[in-house]
Design a protein around this ligand. Structure first.
Ligand code: CUA
Length: 314
């Protein structure tokens, strides 16, 4: 209904109309009360003005009923906004399981995207129309924020951990992509475009010339190059815990407590292995911080995730 409203960016995702509806609801509530308050301020100022220097107003004793009404009505409206907003927030925070997985690294001042199949792009993101896309994002330096106005999605991209965001584009076309967090001199230059394509054309594009190796294959190479397998070989008595089937599982930690083996945990265990020691193992793993780039870390994480998939297939 608001698609053609001239002050608004195009609505090109499944979330867009939902976000807009909530936004306009809040806008209308605010506009209504602003008008009401201003009207009353002026009406009362004129109606109850002092008419002669000797005039003394009657004292006011207050009204409980009035106070209850003006407390409960705003409470009810605020609760509607809260419930509506949380439902939308939860929907936007949870990517559907079948979502296409794409990996993002932000750095001063560019966006790097890596597709599972191996395609890599800078300041440009190709996605298929009508399919949910999940972005796992990290930063090489400072805080950035990935913002696609036409999709009504924006999520901070932080150094040292992964954040995620998802969307489903509904219209083929080209849309703006911005960094929405001030990140230094060329912050305003840190932008690009999202190209939404028909699924068949997207598949063609994926298979195009620049593809190279898949993320998983690159991760496997790094894994071998860094000698990870010498400790993490899934064998009894190995120095490190087995990584097969690890992703998504709950890991018991030394000294009690547990953690879910998600992307953030895997990444942390590579750059800061001492942070969480798996129960039954010694804190002997050296850090790989500085030896592996943010993109390399993503490749390793994807490789470890794929070990899970292979285990599940058996
Ligand atoms: Cu990156 Cu602003």
């Amino acid at each position: 209904m608001w698609e053609n409203f001239p002050l608004f960016p195009e609505a090109a995702s499944t979330a867009a109309s939902r976000v807009d509806r909530l936004f306009f609801f809040i806008l209308i509530v605010c506009a209504f009360f602003t008008l009401l308050i201003f009207t009353l301020v002026f009406t009362f100022a004129i109606r109850y003005r002092r008419r002669s220097p000797s005039e003394r107003p009657r004292p006011i004793s207050g009204s409980l009923r009035l106070e209850i009404v003006w407390s409960l009505v705003p409470l009810a409206i605020a609760m509607v906004i809260f419930a509506w907003g949380s439902r939308l927030y939860v929907a936007l925070a949870r990517p559907p399981a079948e979502a296409l997985h794409i990996f993002v690294v932000g750095k001063q001042w560019m966006w790097k995207f890596q597709h599972i199949e191996g395609q890599r792009e800078i300041n440009e993101l190709h996605v298929p129309v009508g399919k949910p896309v999940r972005l796992t994002m990290s930063s090489e330096d400072v805080i950035h924020s990935l913002f696609v106005p036409a999709f009504r999605v924006k999520t901070d991209v932080l150094p040292g951990r992964y954040t995620r965001m998802w969307f489903e584009a509904t219209k083929p076309g080209t849309y703006h992509l911005f960094c929405a967090e001030y990140c230094g001199t060329s912050h305003s230059e840190m932008r690009g475009r999202v190209v939404v394509m028909e699924p068949a054309r997207f598949q063609e594009w994926l298979g195009g010339g620049r593809a190279g190796e898949s993320l998983e294959a690159r991760g496997a190479q790094l894994f071998a190059q860094l000698g990870c397998a010498s400790c993490h070989e899934p064998a009894p008595g190995a120095r490190g815990p087995s990584l097969v089937g690890l992703f998504g599982k709950t890991v018991e930690l030394q000294g009690g407590g547990s953690v879910t083996a998600d992307e953030t945990y895997l990444r942390e265990s590579i750059v800061n292995p001492q942070a969480k020691i798996v129960s039954g193992f010694q804190p002997i793993m050296p850090t790989y911080a500085g030896q592996v780039s943010e993109e390399g870390l993503l490749q390793l994480v994807v490789y470890i995730m794929s070990l899970e998939e292979k285990a599940a297939r058996k």
